[in-house]
Write a protein that binds this ligand. Structure first.
Ligand code: G1P
Length: 276
């Protein structure tokens, strides 16, 4: 059973300045709900109840968001506004939150390693709140847990991207597993390759299921692309051992780390809720 989900949330979010000068980028809302709340709800939906959040300087609003605010509740009690806190209070009541601060931003791999004391020696999920996914049926993490239950090794979610976008993602190559058209065993992966260096256009999106041996691998992983400790490089070690699966998830992803993706997600949800 996978019970814990790790949320790296230490980055500055410079692309959204000045909005992110004092507000954590994970707290930017799509309509009225912060990105990180969508993320935690996806993990809860997939059966996880322990949310491990890697924060950093200037991220205290995250802890306040996932805590009760009794003064506010008292203020709106008995009014029509009470219902507005229903969803977030359900999240607070159904999950446990633990935090650790990443003191220096040394890359996604380093952020995940910083979360080790919160995870311990068990398989866990990693969710990057920037990548907001919607699906008709099972959420992306729910789909990935089903894949994990079958193969019992690390899993990355992938999506086909236009070839001229490979420099934004970890890109994989792999062999389709017999009788599937959405699951392959990874043979190679490169962090943010230029199109001519990319082995395919299969890009990793911000959902992972990781086995805990990844922590020892990360401890030995040297800085890679952009001088950062990359999770992609650590996962290549697992891939070489034959223990990494890439799964083409079913659903739609919005890259809310970009202004364009953020606006697209906002429009999508606004239309869905009949606001526009
Ligand atoms: C990170 C990973 C990259 C992955 C991406 C998914 O990059 O390093 O391999 O494809 O997340 O969103 P970032 O977007 O943090 O630069």
């Amino acid at each position: 059973m996978i019970k814990k989900c790790l949320f790296p949330a230490a980055g500055f979010g410079t692309r959204f300045l000045p909005a992110t000068k004092a507000v954590p980028k994970e707290m930017l809302p799509i309509l009225t709900k912060p990105l990180l709340q969508y993320a935690v709800e996806e993990a809860l939906d997939a059966g996880m109840s322990n949310m491990a959040i890697v924060t950093g300087k200037g991220k205290r609003a995250i802890e306040d968001h996932f805590d009760r605010n009794l003064e506010l509740e008292a203020q709106i009690q008995g009014t029509q506004k009470e219902v507005l806190l229903k969803e977030i209070n359900a999240v607070c009541n159904n999950a446990t939150f633990t935090y650790v601060r990443q003191k220096q931003m040394l890359g996604l791999g380093h952020a995940i390693l910083t979360g080790e004391p919160l995870i311990g020696n068990e398989p866990f999920a990693v969710h990057l709140a920037d990548d907001l996914c919607t699906s008709e049926k099972d959420s992306t993490l729910t789909q990935m847990i089903q894949v994990y239950n079958k193969y019992q090794c690390s899993i990355v979610a992938i999506e086909q991207v236009p070839m001229n976008q490979t420099h934004k993602y970890g890109v994989i190559a792999g062999d389709l597993i017999d009788n599937t058209n959405d699951t392959c065993r990874v043979t190679n992966m490169i962090e943010k390759p230029a199109p001519k260096e990319a082995p395919t256009n299969m890009a990793i999106i911000g959902r992972y299921i990781l086995t805990p041996d990844i922590f020892n691998i990360l401890k030995q992983t040297k800085p890679g692309k952009d001088g950062e400790i990359q999770i992609t490089d650590a996962l290549l070690t697992q891939a070489k051992q034959g223990s990494l699966i890439a799964y083409k998830f079913k659903g739609k992803r919005f890259d809310c780390g970009s202004i364009q993706g953020y606006v697209e997600a906002t429009n999508y949800f606004a239309k869905q809720q009949g606001i526009i």
